[in-house]
Design a protein around this ligand. Structure first.
Ligand code: UDP
Ligand code: MG
Length: 327
């Protein structure tokens, strides 16, 4: 069995302070894997410069000149972590058997890389890196992250807790991912949708050795909102539910108001009509918005044009090269 060609894809936004630490360590990991014949000598590291305004891209170019196992792409502006990852994966896809994504700050322990390769060699298509604990996070990040995962689970989004974007994907998983044409991408949700055989690797988290987090509070909130709205129409459904409850409530109020008016005769003139109309119209309006929301939800799902299925294995293609497919 030939060792697989691996690409390690690293998104970088203003990582000039981090790259001098990161690159030697990653190169050492890659070299060790190559010498052990676990990955092919054609394997490489692919840096994606996500519109940095420091010397990140210049540094990447120097690294590329020093070692052909370093590649890089530069995006025209800051497209965000998720798009940078996708750009790197798409660029590497035609050349590799598998691709591993990780952050430039090495918060994710690079010592776990051989474990990902083991799982891949055991035939897994997707290997998720799961952090062992959140000790390296501050109080705010820890609690907002837990709340985020809990909320996503409630909204019906299938996420793995404590998995960020430290992940290995096989070529066919990358090919399947390329079928997702939507523009707002939330990779850790999308990859779970692919459904190939998966495995997990548990790793330690470190503090960032240099530079600051590139995820401002604003970026984090946008990321969470994108995660929810990319995978769930639960917020739209909630409007229908509230509208329905309000309509039921207004019917109960209607009975109460009528009893008050005709049985007890103690209602101020005009009160009943106003109260009934407020509740009823409010309820009906919300219900109507909910109905519109249902259609909007359908439209939204359709507009994504996600693949309706992904084939794991096919016995239809009997040509020779289909059967000679190997790792
Ligand atoms: N990153 C990026 N584009 C962005 C934000 C972040 O490419 O708009 C990269 C960043 O350089 C790093 C990774 O994404 O390699 C994760 O970012 P960071 O470590 O700052 O996030 P944190 O670990 O603080 O959540
Ligand atoms: Mg980080």
């Amino acid at each position: 069995m030939k060792p697989p060609i691996l690409a390690i894809v690293i998104p970088c936004l203003n990582e000039s302070l981090m790259l001098p630490h990161t690159h030697p360590k990653l190169m050492a990991s890659l070299t060790a894997l190559m010498s052990a014949n676990r990955v092919s000598a054609k394997s490489f590291i692919c840096y994606v410069d996500d519109g940095s305004n420091d010397t990140t891209w210049q540094q990447i170019k120097v690294l590329m000149a020093q070692d052909p196992r370093t590649r890089g792409i530069q995006l025209s502006r800051n497209f965000g972590h998720q798009n940078a990852l996708l750009a790197g994966l798409h660029a590497a896809r035609p050349m590799v058997d598998c691709a591993l994504t990780m952050d430039a700050d090495l918060q994710q322990d690079e010592a776990a890389i051989p474990l990902f390769i083991d799982r891949y060699l055991n035939g897994k298509d997707i290997v998720y890196g799961i952090r062992k604990d959140r000790a390296a996070d501050g109080w705010l990040k820890h609690h907002t992250a837990s709340a985020f995962y809990a909320l996503m689970a409630r909204m019906g989004v299938n996420l793995l807790a404590n998995h960020a974007d430290y992940r290995l994907m096989s070529r066919r998983a990358l090919d399947a991912l390329a079928e997702y044409k939507e523009s707002n991408i939330f990779l850790r949700g999308l990859v779970r949708e692919l459904g190939f055989e998966e495995d997990r690797v548990y790793f330690n988290v470190r503090q960032r050795a240099a530079g600051d987090t590139k995820y401002s509070i604003r970026k984090m909130v946008l990321f969470a909102l994108n995660g929810i709205t990319s995978f769930s129409i639960a917020p739209l459904r909630a409007i229908s539910a509230i509208g329905f409850l309000f309509t039921c409530f207004s019917c109960a109020m209607l009975i109460y108001v009528l009893i008050d008016k005709y049985l007890y005769h103690d209602a101020v003139p005009g009160w009943s009509t106003i109260v009934i109309s407020i509740y009823l119209i409010g309820g009906l309006q919300l219900l109507a918005m909910g109905v519109i929301g249902e259609y909007l939800g359908k439209l939204y799902i359709e507009s994504k044009r996600r693949p309706r299925y992904i084939i794991e294995e096919s016995a239809m293609d009997l040509s020779e090269d289909a059967s000679s497919e190997s790792l």
